[in-house]
Design a protein around this ligand. Sequence first.
Ligand code: 13P
Ligand code: 13P
Ligand code: MG
Ligand code: MG
Ligand code: MG
Length: 370
Amino acid sequence: MDVTVSVIKADVGSVAGHTRPSDELLEAVRQRVEAEKGGLLLDARVFFCGDDISILMTHQRPPGDEAVHRVAWEAFRAGTAVAQRQGLYGAGQDLLKDAFSGNVRGMGPQVAELALRERPNEALMILAADKTEPGAFNLPLYLAFADPMYSPGLLLSEELHAGFRFVIMDVEHTEGDRLITLDAPERLYDIAALLRDTHRYVIAAIWSRKYPDEQAAAVSTTRLRQIAGRYVGKDDPVAIVRVQKIFPATEEFGPPFALGAFVAGDTRGSHNLPLLPVPVNTPASTFFCHPMVAALGFSMRDGQLTGPVDLFADPVWEPIRHRIVAKALGMRQQGFFQPAMLPISELEYGGITARLRRLDAEFRVEVAKE
Ligand code: 13P
Ligand code: 13P
Ligand code: MG
Ligand code: MG
Ligand code: MG
C-alpha cells in the first residue's frame, strides 16, 4: 500500500518557561487529530519532546497536502487557545502567520514527510529534538548512512553496499529551496565539507542507491528566523527514518546518537551543548534547556502504526546520558565565552547586538607614526 508519513511539529505554549506543554493543551491537539482517524488519516500519534508537540499522521494524500496540513494547523490553533486560557509561556510561539494558506511550510511549524510503498514489515523511526536546530541531525545521520565505523551494515549487508544518496539544503537561502544531491561513498568528502556547517547545510532527505525509488529519511529544514526575520525560538527539528533490511538497522542509529555531538541550541537558543538522547515526553528543565532528542520506533501495515518503542529509554542510555551531561557541564563552565556561547552571526538575540552597536561608536582607530 502507498502511504505518506507526515510529522508536523510546533511549540504553541508550555508550563513555567520552555519546559513542556500542559496536559490540557496536549488533549486539545489530540482531540482535533483523533477526529480525522478512519477518514482522512489512517492513523496518528501525538507526543512531545520538551515544549514541542509532534503530530505523526499516516494517510494516502501526497506530501504537502492541504487537508492534512490543515488538520495539524487547526490542532495547533486549538492548543494555542488552551495555552492562552491557562496563561502558558509562549502561547502560539511557532505559529508565525495568522491565516492558513494551504500548507504549514513557511508558517512556523517544522514538517517532515515521506511517501513510501509499504514493505510487508515496514519499520520506521521518528526523531524529535528540542532546543536545537535542523543541522543537529547532520552528524548522526551521516554516521548511520555513510560511515561503516558506526554503521556495520554498510559492510555486512548486500542491500546497503551501494551506499546512500544525500539531498542537502542550503537553509540560508530564502528564495525557494537550494539543494544539492551527492552520493556516498564516492562523494563522502564533499558531503562532509557541507554537513560540518550545521547552521547552513542540512540533510533534507536520504535515498537508497540500490533501490532508487526508496526514500530512507526525511528531515525538517525550516529556519524560523528566515520566516520571522528575528529570533523567535530554536527550530527544533523532526525527522522520519526508515530502518531495517534495505536501510540501516534500528541499532545502527544508537552509536551515532551516543556520541553526544555538540550542537547549537540550549539556553535562549544561544549556546553549543551536546545533543542528549532522552525518553519521549521528557520536559526541558533548569539544566540549561539542554538540547535533546527522542526516538520513537514503529511498525506499520496498511498505514496502521504499532508502537511506539521508546528507543532512548532503556537502561543502556543512563551511563551515556551521564557522560553527555558531564560534557555539557564542562562547556557551560566557561559561561559566555565562545564556543560555549554561539558566535554573533548565530545569536540573533537583540540585546547583545544593540550593545555592540553602542560600543562601536566608542572605538577609535590609532595609526602608528612612521
Ligand atoms: P535485518 O533483519 O534487517 O537484515 O537486520 C538484522 C539486524 O537487525 C541485526 O542487527
Ligand atoms: P524553544 O524554541 O524550545 O521555545 O526554546 C526557546 C529557548 O530559547 C529556551 O532557552
Ligand atoms: Mg518554547
Ligand atoms: Mg522547543
Ligand atoms: Mg522552538
